[in-house]
Write a protein that binds this ligand. Sequence first.
Ligand code: TYD
Ligand code: MG
Length: 463
Amino acid sequence: MSRGATRYVCSACGASSAKWQGQCPHCSAWNTLTESAPLGPAGAAGRSRSGLAPAAEVTALSEVQADRLARLSSGIEEFDRVLGGGLVDGGVVLIGGDPGIGKSTLLLQALAALARDARALYVSGEESVGQVALRAQRLGIDARTLPQLLIASEIDLDRIVAAVERERPRVVVVDSIQTLYAPQLGSAPGSVSQVRECAAALTRLAKQSGVVLVLVGHVTKEGALAGPRVLEHMVDTVLYFEGDSHSSFRLVRAIKNRYGAVNEIGVFAMTDRGLRGVANPSALFLSQRGLDPRSALVPGSCVLATQEGTRPLLVEIQALVDAAHVPNPRRLCVGLEPQRLAMLLAVLSRHAGVVTFDQDVFVNAVGGVRIEEPAADLAVLLAVSSSLRDRPLDRGLVAYGEVGLAGEVRPAPRGQERLREAAKLGFSKAVIPRANAPRQPTEGLEIIAVERVEEALAVLRSG
Ligand code: TYD
Ligand code: MG
């Protein structure tokens, strides 16, 4: 490759090509090649692989002292929970999510809480310092009492690095990585090479200086983090902000965490004074449903006892099954796996004789949660059959359990905790896999342990 030639870099896989093409020759993604300036002599491509370079230092593992993880609380309990107990010195966190979901709000709130005992720097590439101050005011942050809370509006990478080196904060938030710009690269902010270079430089800075770095990342319209995939590999922790823009619930989910468990979630509600942690999310997700015995029972609703990380969570699953007037009936899932629904409908037809080939089926996990675990199967099946038969389920009923292709109901992890959460919230009946049946009875909860889908559907007939 001649130096100075323009390269075309794929924004999906990061591979580079010499000429522009509609489809990336490496990962076959369409319309992902974007022009990228070549790296100068200082860049990786220009460096010679000389045999004269000093060898890297190598140590026996036994002689290395393991780093003690000093956790720094972000000051927001739900945020600490997703982080696995708090921020870690020298750790790099990447947080992605749709525009307007609350990334900047959450991070500004966290920094304000942190700044009570540590120096914290908020670098915005999207807003002026005046706008940040206005947001802080709106969030009820009393800046006069927080001299350690520093803000900057800057997109030049070198100037940000210099500011961090001069101010020596404990925590730095960069909002967002896509707005940063390394002048020596020449390509536009947000391009693959810029995002990669800026993230790499900031990560190096964090590792060397021990500053905690939080990067905000934009997402593509498919919901993945924009920019090169390598971004997610580079950082220690990847968090996603989820939520339905029409409801006030917001979930922060860990996708990758070198310092803690993944699939922990933090639950927030967006209020007029910023995000507030929700300590009892089940109550929140069920709030519209109401356990109130006077409210009308509707067919097609079943409460699922799911598990998010270490936390049990009750979520209402709604289904609507209606006669299809088109040759291909529709299957639509909100917050659940569409493939899984197709499979469940096949199991339902084959093993329980419940036929839906001429019906549209819509399924929704209420409250904007996304449920990925297979233990949601039983609740989905019950909701679908309830809607199809137009018979409501018992008000106090919860369900969980994975359904296999042979119609068997398989156990789910942490069954006891799910039951305890259900009992705590006043549920009185639980349809669960036989293998999960507790030895001791749970107070106030009737257990219906089932081995097959047919048995589970019997609750609809008897209920
Ligand atoms: P923001 O944090 O700017 O989103 P992001 O950085 O992820 O793009 O969130 C902005 C949204 O949150 C905006 O639509 C208004 C709303 N909001 C509130 O409801 N209450 C508040 O106190 C604040 C600051 C914002
Ligand atoms: Mg923002």
